[in-house]
Design a protein around this ligand. Structure first.
Ligand code: HEC
Ligand code: HEC
Ligand code: HEC
Length: 331
């Protein structure tokens, strides 16, 4: 018994000494030119697959991934955040990206092996020690679904072309804000000061959005003033679908009169720009309003305590009703 124990202890000691030598003396070559020792890639990849399979979210949390606005939004984000590594479908990866270890797979190949919920986990969390980054905002799994919608469209060879993001900053912003509805707000009714303030908050993370943090980080500070002036004069399409009259009525009642727990929204969001305390929201797309109200309700957006308090007691039905009402109200 003692002999077995002593042998095991000696082996453990040897193993430890070996590990110390490899780490301490630099015996493991970290060069990306020589790749991993035999077996290491297999271990890493198998760990990766099983780790994703264990943690991927349920598909019950997913929105409708075939929604064209959601796919277009994902494509808009992909163009600057992912294409530099994984290339656009139909393009080739740069030689430098192919020399990474592990190399980012071409996107057509990357989507082939995964289900949408697994891709959601990968894009939200990233992959440690591989160069694959995490989503640049916490608690915004809702945004990640737009990229997953785009990846799912690539998988069935039905993806829209990526927007051209090489032109002026203004046309880059317009690629989303003037062409896509759904969760993308219109900017034409917002003042330049409000837009500049929001861009700062997206950049410093006070307003956590991975999509807008990425977009805002691409604006050179010296361009900001000219950019926001140009943007605030533009219009986008409006929702035109009919809504359930009972829902609209409930939305109007809440917006005008509120309840014991919910203040009147129009006290801060109505009237003209001069005496409004919050931004204009009449005429914003319905899906955008729903997402925003949920973020304020959950406290993921909390920079304005009064707006957070106004949304805290809203039920899911209240949010539906208010979004339906405000999206159809004339700006
Ligand atoms: C800096 C380069 C880089 C960027 C930017 C990047 N990735 Fe990756 N990505 C990688 C690397 C490297 C891997 C391979 C990891 C591995 O195999 O261990 C990877 C893996 C993946 C995978 C899993 C594919 C597989 O089977 O290995 C998906 C899906 C993916 N990336 C999607 C995205 C999306 C979507 C974005 C943009 C939001 C993105 N990536 C941004 C480098 C990058
Ligand atoms: C890939 C699409 C995309 C691009 C490109 C983009 N945006 Fe956005 N933008 C969004 C989405 C989605 C939101 C809503 C984010 C959220 O959840 O708060 C948003 C929100 C905003 C808001 C907040 C509006 C409000 O009512 O609160 C401003 C301001 C804004 N964007 C300005 C810009 C500017 C300026 C640019 C160009 C530098 C730009 N965006 C580029 C998609 C985009
Ligand atoms: C006390 C004033 C006040 C009240 C009451 C109020 N809000 Fe707000 N709301 C604000 C302010 C201020 C902001 C901007 C906060 C920020 O971006 O930091 C805001 C932001 C919003 C936004 C996000 C708009 C955007 O473009 O990003 C929506 C949607 C919204 N409010 C809807 C409502 C609804 C619906 C109600 C009624 C249930 C309501 N608000 C009540 C002050 C108020």
């Amino acid at each position: 018994m003692t002999r077995v124990f002593l042998t095991l202890a000696a082996l453990a000691g040897l193993g430890l000494a070996g590990a110390v030598a490899v780490v301490g003396l630099g015996l493991y070559n970290v060069s990306a030119q020589v790749g991993h020792w035999p077996g290491v890639s297999w271990v890493l990849h198998t760990t990766f697959r099983n780790s994703v399979a264990l943690r991927a979210p349920s598909m019950e949390d997913a929105p409708d991934l075939s929604d064209p606005d959601l796919i277009a939004l994902g494509a808009g984000h992909y163009a600057t955040a992912c294409a530099p590594c994984h290339a656009a479908p139909g393009d080739t990866r740069s030689a430098t990206m192919q020399a990474m270890v592990p190399a980012p797979p071409h996107i057509a190949e990357a989507v082939a092996h995964w289900q949408p919920n697994e891709m959601h986990w990968i894009v939200e969390n990233g992959i440690k020690m591989s160069g694959m980054p995490a989503w640049p905002a916490k608690e915004r799994g809702d945004e990640v679904w737009s990229v997953v919608a785009y990846l799912a469209a690539i998988k069935v060879e039905n993806a829209p072309a990526l927007p051209d993001v090489t032109g002026e900053t203004q046309s880059y912003c317009a690629a989303c804000h003037e062409r896509i509805g759904g969760r993308v707000p219109r900017l034409d009714m917002l003042g330049p000061d409000y837009i500049a303030e929001k861009l700062r908050e997206y950049r410093d993370g006070t307003r956590p959005s991975g999509i807008m943090a990425q977009a805002a980080s691409l604006v050179p500070p010296e361009e900001l003033a000219a950019l926001v002036k140009g943007l605030s004069g533009r219009a986008a399409d409006r929702d035109s679908e009919e809504a359930d009259p009972a829902l609209l009525e409930r939305g109007e009642e809440l917006a005008r009169r509120g309840t014991r727990d919910i203040p009147t929204c129009l006290a801060c969001h109505g009237g003209d720009a001069a005496n409004r305390r919050g931004p204009a929201i009449a005429g914003q797309p319905e899906a955008f309003l729903k997402v925003q109200l949920k973020l304020w309700h959950d406290g993921i957006y909390d920079a304005d305590p009064l707006m957070h308090a106004a949304a805290r007691e809203l039920t899911e039905e209240d949010i539906e009703a208010l979004a339906a009402y405000f999206s159809r109200l004339q700006p």
